[in-house]
Design a protein around this ligand. Structure first.
Ligand code: PLP
Length: 385
């Protein structure tokens, strides 16, 4: 039985293999493995892609978020508003600088922050809003930017899953003060290892982020702050520079994959499909549907996932436990029921296999496996009645 994985990076690699091998060989021969010239070349190209004056590359998306927060001088005593329905790195970065994440519920239709609920969470200690463009789908940034202006807050976009996504014709990552990107292999622009970037039009913020990511130094061996070591390897920069040229094509292919799922899933009543974006373009890092009949235990969803796995289709659950209920945030005092939309999402979501090269025939298999699993779970549920 051929298995359909959630993501397959090998097919894409084969299409650019000779270019990548040559670029890596060039770096290896150069001896400049850290901060080689290709790092600045890629940073410049990525900044141009996003459309910001500055792009600072670093070791990961997590570091990008951390450095952005530090550069805005956000730390102990400060609060940052963000989504509870995201990868831990978003909130982890807030905690790592000593600030406190304040979780605002999501909109179940978009899985993104419910922008109508942000204002009620703004208090004396609020310094920033950190919207996450989850699964490749842009947040409706208009209301976020309005609030930021009215309350004098920074906006840090977590663009880790949304490289190339657009809000009102603008790439994400240049709408707020600062955009944070990840080049983790499974992101839309992924390297062959870790990597990240910060984009901004703010000269001072850019200089500070660069300084903090280089051990707090602007001049070699002169240190003005406790920074970190966060650089993008030359080899990764060389690979990313090649891949950046294909990013728009690959994102377009992801849209086609999403469109096909949309059509194939239309007749399935148990499934709520991701809604189209009205104010921009998603880049479909994930194709995530909801099983609206799933109960609060997530048990039915888990059984559907398991049965699909047995049929050779590997689906993922992003994310099974929202951040406000994670053990690590117990001290913040959130209770189950506090953020009901995020909690509902956690037990309803299922991410189908999604990558640019996913074949139409494989998508047919995915949807067939889903239908069969739904029928089986429905039967079993009926037997218990
Ligand atoms: C992947 C991811 C990150 C972190 O990126 P890394 O490069 O893995 O450190 C941050 N936020 C979100 C939403 C992510 O998906």
């Amino acid at each position: 039985m051929s298995v359909i994985p959630p993501v397959d990076l090998t097919g894409q690699f084969r299409t650019i293999q000779s270019d990548v091998n040559a670029a890596v060989a060039e770096v290896l021969a150069s001896g400049q493995y850290i901060n080689g010239p290709i790092v600045e070349t890629f940073a410049k190209a990525f900044g141009e892609y996003v459309g910001t004056d500055h792009c600072i590359v670093c070791n990961s998306g997590t570091d990008a978020l951390y450095l952005a927060l530090r550069s805005l001088n956000i730390g102990p005593g400060d609060e940052v508003i963000t989504s509870p329905f995201t990868f831990i790195a978003t909130a982890e970065a807030i905690s790592a600088v000593g600030a406190t994440p304040v979780f605002v519920d999501i909109d179940l239709e978009t899985f993104n922050l419910d922008v109508a609920k942000i204002e009620a969470a703004i208090g004396d200690r609020t310094r920033a809003i950190m919207p996450v463009h989850l699964f490749g789908r842009p947040v409706d940034m208009g209301p976020v930017m309005d609030l930021a202006t009215r309350y004098d807050l920074a906006v840090i976009e977590d663009c880790a899953q949304a490289t190339g996504a657009e809000w009102m014709g603008q790439p994400v990552g240049r709408i707020g003060q600062v955009g944070c990107f990840s080049f983790f292999p499974t992101k839309n622009l992924g390297g062959c290892g870790d990597g990240g970037a910060i984009t901004t039009n703010d000269d001072e913020l850019a200089a500070t982020a660069r300084m903090l990511g280089e051990h707090g130094s602007r001049i070699k061996y002169h240190h003005e702050a406790i920074g970190i070591n966060s650089r993008l390897d030359s080899i990764q920069a060389a690979i990313l520079a090649i891949k950046l040229r294909y990013l728009n094509t690959w994102n377009q292919q992801r849209r086609q994959v999403a469109d096909r799922y949309h059509g194939l899933l239309a007749p399935i009543a148990e499934v709520v499909r991701p809604q189209p974006v009205t104010f921009g373009q998603s880049v479909w890092n994930q194709y995530t549907l909801r099983l609206s009949h799933a109960t609060a235990t997530g048990q039915e969803r888990n059984r559907v996932q398991q049965m699909m796995r047995e049929a050779g289709v590997i689906c993922m659950v992003y994310y099974p436990l929202p951040l406000h209920l994670q053990p690590v945030y117990r001290h913040l005092g959130y209770q189950p029921g506090d953020l009901p939309q995020a909690e509902a999402a956690a037990h309803q979501v299922l991410s189908l296999p999604m990558f640019p090269e996913l074949a139409e025939s494989a998508q047919g298999q995915v949807v067939q496996a889903l239908k069969t699993a739904l029928a089986q779970v429905g039967l079993k549920a009926a037997q218990y009645c």
